[in-house]
Design a binder for this molecule. Structure first.
Ligand SMILES: CC(C)(COP(=O)(O)OP(=O)(O)OC[C@H]1O[C@@H](n2cnc3c(N)ncnc32)[C@H](O)[C@@H]1OP(=O)(O)O)[C@@H](O)C(=O)NCCC(=O)NCCS
Length: 160
């Protein structure tokens, strides 16, 4: 019961909005904190043209607790990176952020969203499936982490 009330209180204080320039440094610091978890440097995404990149962040008490970065390719989005701070997982933040992203995509007249996810990442696959993303392929040994290779699953969501 106590956990339920705490979670509800945190959730009601989480804000979701598009990244603006004043938050880029904070986002880079946030990703540096979790660089081992992320296996990538998100700064690379910001070398793309502003019109090609769309970033949503989740903030609690003015601190970033999660982000979703997507790259626009004509009328599609490719999700490049999606991450929630470990201490805020399992509280519905990822679901709200992804839901917000899909809503934004519809408003931008995007017709499809694509992504790759590690085959072993059952949590993320379950979340994407909840939003009706469908598996349309796989890539063997797509990821390489510390010399080990992992398969990727390709998923897509077609928007009306
Ligand atoms: C995947 C991730 C973004 C989910 O964010 P989250 O805030 O923890 O997820 P939520 O609390 O909003 O949960 C939403 C749904 O995700 C799935 N999920 C979340 N945690 C789960 C768990 N521990 N076990 C199984 N499913 C889980 C469920 O479908 C859940 O919906 P439900 O509660 O109705 O069953 C988060 O775990 C994360 O940042 N993981 C590391 C980075 C990553 O894997 N990113 C995706 C790469 S493609």
């Amino acid at each position: 019961m106590i956990k339920f009330f705490t979670t509800t209180r945190i959730m009601s204080k989480v804000k979701y909005f598009e990244l603006n320039d004043s938050f880029i440094d904070e986002l880079v610091c946030f990703q540096n904190e979790f660089s081992k978890d992320l296996n990538e440097n998100i700064s690379n995404h910001f070398t793309l043209k502003k019109s090609q990149i769309f970033t949503l962040i989740a903030c609690s008490r003015k601190s970033i607790i999660g982000f979703l970065i997507a790259q626009r390719i004509i009328d599609s989005f490719e999700i490049n990176s999606f991450f929630i701070s470990p201490s805020f997982r399992g509280m519905g933040v990822g679901e709200k952020l992804l839901g917000n992203f899909i809503k934004n995509s519809c408003e931008k007249k995007i017709t499809s969203i694509y992504l790759e996810v590690m085959k072993s990442n059952k949590i993320a696959i379950k979340l994407y499936s909840k939003f009706k993303f469908l598996i349309y392929g796989s890539r063997k040994d797509y990821y390489e982490i510390n010399g080990l290779k992992y398969d990727a699953i390709l998923m897509k969501l077609i928007l009306n």
